[in-house]
Design a protein around this ligand. Structure first.
Ligand code: ADP
Length: 157
């Protein structure tokens, strides 16, 4: 059974993330979407809210689980016995960063492999940071995030 981890901040999860996740769930037996956090650094949304929103957004995909972790992704991967990291690519800027990250993770843990999936064009421009910016300026984020996430953010901000 091949388990892939899809690690990231997901602050908040967007339609772009969901697209990559759905494709990953078609390829791997199980995909664990793992929200990384730093207890000393408060993100935009608290970690428990981020994970709850993701759980709601992915509840219809049977082979996807949601978890969170602090520290190195490779240590988390070792702990749960996963050897594949799933990451999404939007642009060549993502590629430069992701290549370095993938090589670093491989240097830290020889057994780990990163698999990249390219986003669909309609999600290419979506990022969590843009969603946060639009939200703080009272813009409409309904086309950027899953419905459950939209409902929560619309009510909270
Ligand atoms: P990180 O803080 O690790 O970059 P993110 O939550 O920003 O975490 O992103 C997690 C993963 O999802 C990364 O591989 C990122 O490139 C990918 N990703 C982010 N937005 C999109 C999108 N719109 N389409 C496809 N992949 C995306």
């Amino acid at each position: 059974m091949t388990i892939a981890i899809y690690p990231g901040s997901f602050d908040p999860i967007t339609n772009g993330h969901i697209d990559i996740l759905k494709s990953g769930a078609e390829i791997f037996d199980k995909v664990i979407i793992a929200v990384s956090y730093n207890a000393n650094k408060q993100g935009f949304l608290p970690i428990n809210i981020r994970t709850e929103l993701i759980k709601e957004a992915v509840k219809d995909i049977p082979n996807v689980e949601v978890d969170s972790f602090e520290g190195l992704t490779v240590e988390y991967a070792k702990k749960i016995g996963a050897k594949v990291l799933l990451r999404g690519l939007r642009t060549s800027f993502d590629f430069e960063y992701e290549m370095q990250l993938s090589q670093t993770n491989h240097a830290l843990y020889n057994d780990i492999k990163t698999v990249f999936l390219i986003t669909k064009p309609e999600f290419n421009y979506i990022s969590s940071s843009c969603v946060r910016e639009i939200l703080l300026n009272k813009g409409d984020i309904s086309g950027f995030v899953p419905e459950a996430v939209y409902k929560y953010l619309d009510k909270s901000f």
